[in-house]
Design a protein around this ligand. Structure first.
Ligand SMILES: [Zn+2]
Length: 282
């Protein structure tokens, strides 16, 4: 089986060879990053840098692209195996490295077409945001809200839109995310206070895979959009995504009113942003 056969069905839609040249850095190979990477591989992306230090645990299996046979393996190894199963022509560099300490990260980012930001903690997000701004590399971040009630996707477009720090400063001043916080950012005490749930109960209910999948599909489309923006000629079946930020509600739980609710904005660089320095200095 050669690569032409693998992509015969989508070849009329996309020039698979164009996506094949793109380099995608996956920062975080958990349920989010793993699903985005697999979707990209199935869209013809062939060059990946995978970053993660975790091992796949049994409780990950119901939400991860890697199933039971990979339990106990490093996530970068398990995910690489799943991607290569789809397309053996894929080139993968695996980094079982801490994103906060990896001195090579800025260079790897500068060599990437786009970064998939799928980590679960603020320090790594802000380090990658800063490195992407410095190297003018696009990134796309996807986050799933507590209990899988919805999530958000934001794409950083260098010299065009705001950065992650700009986004946070805007969100602080709006009601866009009222009542929504990510489970990972909340202390155990806060979890009980905010959600009125036992800690064990909420830890066991970060959402079904299907809830996460809505977000990873938007995430993937934003990444494909970033790759398309880097190409000399845009694939005709991939019209540009105008807005760089969207919030998706899976079900009618505060702050969402109904199933499948979407809101979107175009985030501009914010005056005085300490990271992207837009507006205030020009
Ligand atoms: Zn900024």
């Amino acid at each position: 089986m050669n690569e032409d056969q693998l992509f015969a069905r989508i070849a009329p839609l996309f020039d698979v060879g164009q996506f094949g040249e793109a380099k995608v850095l996956i920062a975080g190979c958990g349920s989010g990053g793993g699903q985005v990477a697999l979707q990209l591989a199935m869209a013809g992306v062939r060059n990946f840098d995978l970053f993660d230090t975790d091992t796949l645990e049994a409780e990950n299996v119901i939400r991860h692209v890697c199933g039971r046979r990979y339990v106990g393996q490093q996530k970068v190894d398990a995910l690489a195996d799943v991607l290569l199963d789809r397309n053996p022509a894929i080139q993968i560099n695996k980094f079982n490295a801490d994103l906060m300490e990896c001195s090579d990260l800025g260079y790897r980012i500068s060599q990437s077409t786009v970064v998939v930001l799928a980590t679960d903690n603020e320090p790594t997000r802000y380090r990658i945001n800063q490195l992407c701004v410095e190297t003018e590399t696009p990134f796309v971040i996807g986050r799933v809200f507590t209990r899988g009630i919805g999530g958000e996707v934001f794409g950083y477009r260098p010299n065009e839109g705001g950065c992650l720090a700009c986004l946070e400063s805007v969100l602080e001043r709006t009601q866009f995310r009222d009542g929504i916080r990510e489970i990972d950012l909340v202390s155990d005490d806060e979890r009980e206070k905010i959600y009125g749930l036992e800690i064990a109960e909420i830890k066991d209910s970060p959402g079904l895979n299907v809830d996460i999948a809505f977000i990873t599909c938007f995430h993937t489309r934003f990444v494909l959009d970033a790759i398309a923006r880097s190409l000399p000629e845009r694939p005709t079946h991939l019209p540009p995504i105008d807005n760089n930020y969207l919030v998706w509600g899976n079900r009618p739980v505060q702050p969402f009113q109904k199933n499948f609710e979407i809101q979107r904005i175009s985030l501009q660089p914010q005056e005085g942003c300490l990271i992207c320095h837009q507006g205030g200095t020009e």
